[in-house]
Ligand binder design. Structure first.
Ligand code: FES
Length: 141
C-alpha cells in the first residue's frame, strides 16, 4: 500500500482509499492523472461531481484523460431533430472521439461493448479527494 492510502473492509480484496489532492487542486473539467498501484488513473471534477477512470481508452489504448469532458451529449432522435441530454457525464477520446460515460464506463450509443474502467471517488469533510480501488490480488492487507 502506498503512502497516503487507507484500507476499508470489503468483499474479497480490500477497498483502498488513495488520496490524490484537495478539491481546490482540481480545475473543472480537466483531468489530473496519477499512477496508483501501477495503474494510470485520471481524476476529474465536473459540475456533476468527481469521477475517476483508467487513463486507457478501451478502443485502441489512447490516453483518454486528454479528451474533452462534458456533462451531457447528443442522443438519438428523429431526422432533423437535435436532442441534447444532460443525464450523462462524458469523456470523448482524443483519438477517434468515441464517448464514454464517466459514471459507469459505458460506451455512448452502443459504440462498443467494451467499457472504460471507472473508480469511485470520495471527498471527505476536509475537502480531500480519494480514489477507491480494490487492492491487488496477493497484496498484503
Ligand atoms: S483509441 Fe479511443 S476512440 Fe479510438
Amino acid at each position: 500500500m502506498s503512502a497516503g492510502a487507507t484500507s476499508t473492509a470489503a468483499r474479497g480484496r480490500p477497498l483502498v482509499r488513495h488520496y490524490v489532492g484537495t478539491v481546490e487542486e482540481f480545475e473543472p473539467d480537466r483531468f489530473r492523472t496519477f499512477e496508483i498501484e501501477g495503474r494510470p488513473v485520471g481524476v476529474v471534477r465536473t459540475a456533476a461531481g468527481f469521477f475517476a477512470c483508467r487513463n486507457r481508452c478501451p478502443h485502441q489504448g489512447a490516453d483518454i484523460c486528454a479528451g474533452a469532458v462534458s456533462v451531457g451529449t447528443m442522443v438519438p432522435s428523429q431526422p432533423m431533430q437535435y436532442v441534447y441530454s444532460a443525464d450523462r457525464c462524458i469523456v470523448a477520446c482524443p483519438w477517434h472521439r468515441w464517448e464514454f460515460d464517466l459514471r459507469d464506463g459505458e460506451g455512448i450509443q452502443g459504440i462498443t461493448k467494451k467499457r472504460l474502467v471507472t473508480y469511485a471517488v470520495e471527498v471527505d469533510e476536509d475537502g480531500r479527494v480519494a480514489v477507491l480501488m480494490r487492492g491487488r490480488k496477493g497484496a498484503g492487507s
